[in-house]
Ligand binder design. Structure first.
Ligand SMILES: C[S@@+](CC[C@H](N)C(=O)[O-])C[C@H]1O[C@@H](n2cnc3c(N)ncnc32)[C@H](O)[C@@H]1O
Length: 326
């Protein structure tokens, strides 16, 4: 995302070429915690400092960095990193203030017309909830019976695609209210090459289904009502949603290979454990030992070249989008 964020920053500085901007507000939505929490805002600030010092080195610039995630996020960690970053920029002559904004990005988070730049990476493929119609019609995400699974796949994907479209449309319209006209948004999201095919949940359901069939470690009944709130849209779906919503011009949409097939199966299995463990443990009430078995089972499927997972790894891309608010 780095060059795309840099372009967006330059675009913002050029918005009114004769004016010296005195302040800028930058938000990262779904910042998480740990080393990545400030990665996006740091990239934007570095780009600003680089351009600003060269063009208008006499004027003070005030930057406000706002970091958002769900309320359970470790915001103490984020706050400490923010203070360290503030200290590291002290000698640059910029006034840098920060704020933490807990809450769902599917709700209003900021005042109207208050943001210049919105950033978000690897977060928007999480939908607000699994599709209600699948739950009420008791259609499992992953039928054990292959025939049934194939027959229902289209239905399941359609339901998730609709849910994603509803959530992403809402996200765009909320951010359009919060951004200033001409404001920028740069996001990255897990996507699929193929149209309406974002079955990223298979990576979890294939091993869980195996565990339910082989042992009683995972209950079949619980698996049938386990809906992962995740959808990886294609660039075509994203483009259509953005155009239909109508608040943003698309400057750029890039597809990047995830190169998952080049990563060792064991590393992939641990990475997916890290992402999905809280959700799996909460739903199935499983222990750490069972999660060890989850890693072993997923690794085995990856090593054996399970057709579903091989397809999935090849189909998954990271989509980077740069938008300007009309
Ligand atoms: C995979 S992490 C990405 C973290 C970081 N942006 C990065 O790229 O490394 C996804 C983050 O999105 C957050 N998230 C998911 N749904 C969200 C929502 N509705 N509102 C705010 N944050 C959300 C999660 O809590 C999680 O911290």
């Amino acid at each position: 995302m780095k060059p795309v964020i840099e372009e967006a920053v330059i675009g913002l500085l050029n918005l009114k070429p004769t004016d010296v901007p005195s302040s800028m507000v930058i938000a990262d939505l779904g910042c998480s915690n740990g080393p990545n929490a400030l990665a996006l805002v740091t990239t934007a600030v570095d780009a600003l400092l680089h351009r600003f010092a060269r063009q208008h080195n006499q004027a003070p610039l005030e930057l406000r960095l706002l970091l958002n995630d769900l309320p359970d996020n470790d915001f103490n960690d984020v706050a400490k990193r923010l203070v360290l970053f503030q200290q590291s920029t002290q000698s640059s002559g910029v006034v840098l203030t920060g704020g933490i904004v807990p809450g769902s990005f599917y709700k209003r988070l900021f005042p109207s017309n208050s943001l210049d730049l919105v950033l978000s990476s690897n977060s928007l493929h999480w939908v607000s909830e699994a599709p209600e119609d699948l739950k009420s019609d008791r259609i499992p995400l992953y039928d054990d019976d292959e025939g049934l699974r194939r027959a229902r796949r289209h239905l399941v994907i359609q339901a998730y695609s609709r849910q994603f479209s509803k959530d992403f449309t809402l996200f765009l319209s909320l951010r359009a209210q919060e951004l200033v006209p001409g404001g920028r948004m740069v996001i990255s999201i897990a996507g699929s090459r193929a149209y309406q095919c974002g079955t990223l949940w298979d990576i979890v359901n294939v091993p869980l289904n195996d565990m339910a069939s082989r042992q009683s470690l995972v209950s079949r009944e619980m698996l049938d009502c386990f809906y992962v709130p995740l959808y990886a849209p294609s660039d075509l779906e994203l483009r259509k949603i953005i155009q239909d919503e109508g608040s943003f011009e698309i400057n750029k949409m890039q597809l990047h290979e995830m190169e998952l097939s080049l990563i060792a199966p064991n590393t992939i299995a641990y990475a997916f454990r890290a992402v999905f463990e809280p959700m799996i443990v909460q739903h199935f009430g499983l222990s750490g030992d069972v999660m060890d078995e989850f890693v072993r089972t997923l690794e085995q499927h990856l090593v054996q070249g399970s057709p579903q997972l091989t397809y999935l790894l090849g189909d998954t891309v990271s989509v980077c989008i740069s938008l300007t608010r009309f």
